[in-house]
Design a protein around this ligand. Structure first.
Ligand code: 0A1
Ligand code: ZN
Length: 885
């Protein structure tokens, strides 16, 4: 058992820094074994903090020298313990010179300065800069940086850092140098350097103002055939931010660098974005449609941070969603605008809501639930969550829903006008939105301070005589850790009313001017009734259109009403939603039957309403293929599990598969027609229309393979053999692997051999096996022995371990508990290598209290085994402690 309990940091304890940093000059002598870092800081005492000592953070550093205002500091002038360097009695103006040593090649945490495939990279968010030098490593300290990099010229021909290159040259004895100057003040978490053997695709780009900028995408040699899409995405992002928000690139040079070892997706370092290769490298041979879309959105995301995050940053890490929620909202809107059509926007919206329900709703209902602006944390790295990002984005989206697009833009303009160059709070953003629109958004703060997913219930009453329709909305929110009682939220509820022909009725809300056929109701109390007048017939309500708030909507529709909405709702989101409700209801019924010991037989699959709705959707060729693909996809096993009081992963799996097989068989011809008519012959293009067609075609294949007959095997094998792009290839391989097709083993082998040298494709190869139906713990252990497997590379670890623990629930939750024992082993192994990745894996047991008692006991034992392990990082410790609490 460990004895030292890590410290909890509280938002309420925020105090401004005792010193500001004006300038930072750094010199790096780069060497993988020992890198020497010389830092000169000029600092000024913060007038508000008289008499306080000067505090710097440092971690895993060797301190070689420390000088203040030109003189070495005596040992009595400072203390150094627990990662804090405290200097007493420092004058108001200080020049501090610090020399430190670090060991990049031993740094497997991938935080601070590290080596990946022989090249140097940094990752400083959130608290990695302190692994490079002693510094007040907190986002409210913003300074100007000048950086000199020195290294062996042969081994490290490319030397990059933030801002502009102002000087470079040779040093003799085979070494060279480069000096970079960043003209903008920035917090230390945005510092970056890259050094090594890299090549770039570059382009000059002219901004709307006429100014020319240099854009570069840096990759390892041999990958220049995979950078075009990232470059195009960057140019599109630059243009979009000018057009939509009037925000211009403020640098003369903007660089993206791809690295194979990276903990997250990418990082918005000023002028020098560093990316996981997964979000840069693409060509049709190696990347799927989803990869192309992911690259576009992540390139956009990091670029948009330049204003929302870098120019205006966070006062402290509790405000993380100030930059992340806003920037996710911006990247979602960007991707939607890139598709360009209304139906394309709707499909993007459905995709984003699917992510929210799959990952954020469970988080918000589990032991790690936290508000969008948390009140405390132990390890900040654990708070880069779907709540901060995705729910945070929903919160930002609600401003736009309440204020309109123009009102939202006014709020953004005021936000930059007030706060450019500052480190601010979520409240400052809310104030800008309120003030720019002359609106009271006081109650809206509860979206930042209260965790949990609110539930909104709907009651309706129609009065045919008075031609009135009453819509009563009630809200509640379940307790979350540390918050037993919640106050009512300010919830925008977008509604429409359908007449019996399926058309929208004009809306007359009592006491309001007519407002078209969709309007936003503002639910602010626990319960509110909205009365519509001049309603000629009993309507079918369409509530929470476009998913106007991140809530769970409880509404009693009959199956027939759901089928009606699925066929007619003018709001594509709710059209999709109706189908999901219909399918969910049936799957929950069947799951109950299975749990009661009922063995599913063919006639259980007689689902006239669901089958006919699906048939109609398959036949509705006027709708986008992408939309139809989503409408025909059953809710995932994880989403089903969230609806149950006691989760039974095997029953869920059985039922979902059973229903898929029933639908495959009942609609066999229709699937085949959809398959044939959505082919995309000719040259591959990742555009939304083509990707949507492939999506529907491949969904059809995935249904047909459920029948596991020769016809389906041949279809999958032929697609595998003839595919001219990775999307079709991978789907066909997945279909084969999840069937008894004779060619499946051979296909897995040829795939591996063909892509042996493409790390990102080998990740897919591991992932698809990790999530295959027949893959049990034993099979995963065998895959771990494969020569291509390593725990050290986060992408590889994620593909196999996260793939299995999060993406294969019926096998992971094997009743003998073998999945949990395996999980514990891997969390402990990863903890020693990379605490951040380990802590993510540790989250796989978050929802353990929702499972049957036998499983619960085994999960708790596994959690305790991890919690009791010696030498646990605070990352993992925080997760398992909160889980067990
Ligand atoms: N700010 C980045 C996310 C990020 C956070 C922490 C990291 O350290 C391991 C890396 C990246 C973003 O939102 O894209
Ligand atoms: Zn971000």
């Amino acid at each position: 058992m460990r004895t030292d309990t890590p410290q909890t940091i509280y938002r309420k304890d925020y105090t401004p820094p005792s010193y500001w940093v004006d300038t930072v000059e750094m010199g790096f002598d780069l060497d993988p074994a020992i890198t020497r870092v010389a830092t000169r800081l000029t600092m000024t005492r913060n007038r508000d903090s008289r008499n306080k000592s000067l505090v710097l953070c440092g971690e895993a550093l060797e301190l070689v020298q420390l000088r203040m205002n030109g003189k070495p500091l005596t040992k009595r002038a400072y203390t150094l313990h627990d990662g804090t360097l405290e200097i007493f009695n420092a004058p108001d103006k200080v020049t501090l010179e610090i020399e430190t040593l670090t060991h990049p090649d031993r740094n497997t945490s991938l935080m601070g300065l590290y080596v990946s495939n022989g090249n140097f990279f940094t990752q400083c968010e959130a608290e990695g800069f302190r692994k490079i030098t002693y510094f007040p490593d907190r986002p409210d300290v913003m300074a100007k940086y000048t950086v000199m990099l020195r290294a062996d010229k042969k081994k490290y021909p490319v030397l990059l850092s933030n801002g502009n290159l102002i000087e470079e040259g040779d040093l003799g004895d085979g070494r060279h140098y480069a000096v970079w100057e960043d003209p903008f003040k920035k917090p230390s978490y945005l510092f970056a350097l890259v050094a090594g053997q890299l090549v770039c695709q570059e382009e000059k780009y002219t901004l709307q103002s006429g100014r020319e900028v240099l854009l570069q995408v840096w990759v390892e040699e041999g990958n220049l055939d995979k950078t075009q899409h990232a470059m195009d995405s960057l140019k599109n992002s630059i243009r979009w931010d000018e057009e939509r928000f009037g925000l211009e690139l403020d640098l003369d040079r903007f660089m993206i660098v791809a690295v194979g070892d990276f903990n997250m997706g990418a990082m918005e370092n000023k002028g020098l974005n560093i990316f996981n290769t997964k979000y840069v490298l693409a060509n049709p041979r190696i990347a799927t449609d989803a990869d192309y879309a992911g690259i576009e959105s992540v390139v956009g995301h990091e670029y948009f941070h330049n204003w929302t995050g870098n120019r205006v940053t966070c006062r402290d890490w509790f405000q993380l969603s100030l930059k992340e929620g806003l920037t996710v909202f911006r990247d979602q809107e960007f991707s939607a605008d890139m598709i360009g059509t209304d139906s394309g926007r709707a499909v993007k919206r459905i995709e984003d809501v699917r992510v929210l329900r799959q990952a954020q709703f469970p988080e918000d209902a589990g032991p790690m639930a936290h508000p969008v602006r948390p009140d405390s944390y132990v390890e900040i790295n654990n708070f880069y969550t779907v709540t901060i990002y995705e729910k945070g984005s929903e919160v930002v989206r609600m401003y736009q829903t309440l204020l309109g697009r123009d009102g939202f833009r006014k709020g953004m303009d005021l936000y930059f006008q007030r706060h450019d160059g500052q480190a601010v709070e979520c409240d400052d953003f809310r104030a800008a939105m309120a003030d720019a629109n002359d609106r009271d958004l006081t109650q809206f703060e509860l979206w930042y301070s209260q965790a949990g997913t609110p539930r909104v219930t709907v009651d309706t009453h129609y009065d045919p005589v008075g031609r009135k329709y009453e819509l009563t909305l009630s809200q509640s929110c379940p307790p979350t850790p540390g918050e037993d009682r919640k106050l009512p939220f300010h919830i925008p509820v977008k509604v429409g009313l359908l007449n019996s022909h399926g058309s929208d009725m004009p809306l007359h809300l009592e006491g309001h001017a007519q407002a078209g056929t969709t309007m936003v109701l503002e639910l602010t109390k626990e319960k509110q009734t909205f009365v519509f007048t001049d309603v000629p017939e009993q309507p079918v309500p369409s509530i929470l259109r476009d998913f106007s708030a991140p809530v769970i909507l409880e509404i009693d529709y009959t199956d027939v009403e759901l089928a009606f909405l699925m066929a007619n709702d003018s709001d594509p989101f709710n059209r999709w939603e109706a189908g999901q409700r219909l399918a969910m209801r049936r799957m929950l019924e069947l799951t109950r039957d299975v749990q009661d010991g009922h063995v599913l037989a063919d006639d259980d699959g007689d689902e006239p309403v669901l089958t006919e709705s699906f048939r109609a959707m398959l036949d509705a060729t006027a709708l986008d293929s992408a939309f139809r693909e989503f409408a025909l996809t059953l809710p995932s096993e994880t989403v089903i599990a969230e609806q149950m009081d006691m989760v039974d992963p095997q029953a869920i799996h059985t039922v979902r598969r059973f229903l898929r097989r029933s639908l495959a068989s009942a609609l066999r011809i229709d699937w085949l027609v959809a398959y044939q008519s959505n082919r995309t012959p000719g040259t591959y293009s990742p555009d939304a229309a083509s990707a949507g067609k492939r999506g529907l075609k491949n969904l059809a294949l995935s249904y047909m393979i459920e029948l596991d007959d020769i016809e389906a095997h041949v279809l999958a094998q032929t697609q595998y053999d003839n595919a001219n792009n990775m999307t079709d290839r991978l789907v066909a391989l997945t279909a084969l692997v999840n069937s008894n097709a004779p060619g499946k083993v051979a296909a897995l082998d040829t795939f591996y051999n063909e892509f042996e040298n493409e790390a990102l494709v080998i990740d897919k190869w591991f992932m698809l096996q990790a999530t295959a139906r027949t893959t049990d713990v034993k099979a995963v252990r065998k895959l771990m022995k494969h020569s291509a497997f390593t725990l050290k590379n986060p992408n590889r670890a994620r593909s196999l371990l996260f793939g299995f623990c999060n993406g294969n629930p019926s096998q992971f939750h094997a009743v003998d508990g073998s999945g949990y024992a395996f999980w514990a082993e891997q969390v402990i192994a990863l903890n020693a290598i990379n605490p951040q990745v380990a802590a993510r894996l540790a989250r796989s047991l978050d929802r353990w209290r929702k499972y049957a008692p036998v499983l619960q006991g085994k999960m708790r034992a596994a959690l305790k085994q991890v919690a009791d392990t010696k030498g646990l990082s605070k990352d993992v410790l925080e997760v398992v402690t909160k889980s067990l609490a």
